[in-house]
Write a protein that binds this ligand. Structure first.
Ligand SMILES: [Zn+2]
Length: 234
């Protein structure tokens, strides 16, 4: 599950230790993720599905978005409830883009994405999600089935047909969207994988890199609380 991240991201703290406890904030300057600035938040999604993409008459999209809300909105903290995702704009599009033939050249790929986003005209949305034909995404690892791209203005998630078997992939990619837009500049998962700070180190967690479709993934209050620091909430 590829994602690219803002440059100059801050480390968790000067000693390179993870700040995962509720009390870590005060001494290091790292915010306390268990005390987010809001109780809840809604991310507005624009969805564009290619007419020949495998979306099972829209069932797949509804499943993915409802699953994302079910996972991100289950905080057990008394201080906050969580994140919901609303589809504010959904259209089928005619496109000859296939995720398997995206250019592997970074600049060409970026211009392909920009052209897609411009054509989608989703200015009111926080994140634009494309469902496209193709079994995998060519620009990433050969087994990557979904991808999130965050440019300064356009936040884009691309779902290939290879991702259809896992209803948790969109929730995972939306997690990247929430963490990489952290208002305090801390873009890592709160309990990160070594050398892969965007992912959680615990198997079974929603943000674990090898997310399985076989069991319902877990999420921590700290992850939900940190997500509520996203600049996606306006
Ligand atoms: Zn990922």
């Amino acid at each position: 599950m590829g994602a690219n991240y803002p440059k100059n991201r801050k480390k968790t703290n000067s000693k390179g230790m993870n700040n995962t406890s509720a009390r870590s904030g005060s001494s290091t300057g790292v915010p306390n993720w268990n005390r987010p600035p809001r109780r809840s938040g809604t991310v507005n999604l624009c969805i564009r599905a290619a007419v020949d993409a495998q979306i099972e008459h829209g069932y797949r999209i509804k499943r993915d978005v409802e699953t994302a809300t079910a996972i991100w909105n289950q905080s057990t903290s008394r201080h906050f409830s969580g994140v919901s995702f609303d589809i504010i704009d959904l259209k089928a599009i005619e496109t000859n883009i296939n995720t398997e033939i995206f250019s592997i050249d970074r600049n060409i790929h970026a211009s392909e994405i920009k052209a897609m986003v411009d054509a989608a005209a989703c200015d009111a949305a926080d994140v634009t999600v494309f469902y496209l034909p193709g079994k995998f995404i060519s620009t990433n690892h050969p087994f990557s089935l979904v991808v999130a791209r965050y440019y300064p203005v356009h936040r884009v998630i691309i779902m290939s047909e290879g991702a259809v078997a896992n209803p948790y992939f969109l929730a995972h990619e939306l997690g990247h969207a929430l963490f990489t837009t952290n208002s305090r500049g801390y873009y890592d998962d709160p309990d990160p994988q070594r050398k892969d700070n965007a992912h959680n180190r615990n198997e079974g967690n929603l943000m674990y890199k090898g997310l399985s479709s076989r069991t319902v993934p877990t999420i921590t209050n700290e992850q939900i609380g940190k997500a509520l620091y996203s600049t996606l909430f306006r």
